[in-house]
Design a protein around this ligand. Sequence first.
Ligand code: AP5
Length: 215
Amino acid sequence: MQLIFLGAPGTGKGTQASNLAERHGIPQISTGDILRKAVQDGTELGKIARSVMESGGLVSDEIIIQLIRERFTQQDCSKGYILDGFPRTIEQAESLDGMLGSRPVSAVIYFDVPEKVIVERLTSRRVCAHCGNVYNVMTNPPPADNFCDKCHGPVIQRDDDREVTVKNRLRVYEEKTAPLKRYYEKQGKLFFIDGSQSVDKVRQDIDKVITATSV
Ligand code: AP5
């Protein structure tokens, strides 16, 4: 199972990728999570990524492609993976095609959600600063003491989830990432999911795509 989860920020990619990864025992490869960890650890990568992420822009293709190339060398990718937040530009998608060669992605699942819902979801999202577990103050609130119920880490709001940054992320998405729909449509790999449904319903629709595309 080699999947790409594609969609604007806040459409539910991470929520579904983490669930699917757990159920199938394959890794969720989230470039956003890798970059946030680097920022938290204060590495060279983190120092470069920090200001870009805070502004809602994209980290350079060169850095991201190298990061994915290295991630693919890890043993846990041998049975499959879910790419969450990568690729995000045509250049990243072309490099990915080159990296995968004769074992291309099996399906690209596109999460379709209206912008108004996205802004509501992102401004009310909270995450565990330690393990990244995702909450939402409206639909899936964190424990009353604001500590994660999985690892007891502090639950916080991501810096880039403030409304002004969210708007910029959506602009960047339209300009740089939305053209990937056409790119994968031409390859016959794009599947649309109505991401504004409940978490359970979205999960069921993803399972249907997986069943339909597995040989
Ligand atoms: P990244 O972490 O990838 O952020 P993103 O794509 O903007 O995606 P999000 O994590 O915001 O949203 P999501 O779709 O995963 O939604 P979630 O499931 O959390 O990237 C962050 C930054 O890193 C980028 O801006 C960029 O700077 C950099 N970066 C990362 N990758 C890069 C790349 N490849 N190239 C260059 N730069 C890169 O859900 C959102 C909320 O909604 C949650 O609160 C959740 O509980 C709730 N929710 C989810 N599903 C539902 C549902 N069905 N119903 C109701 N609520 C729901």
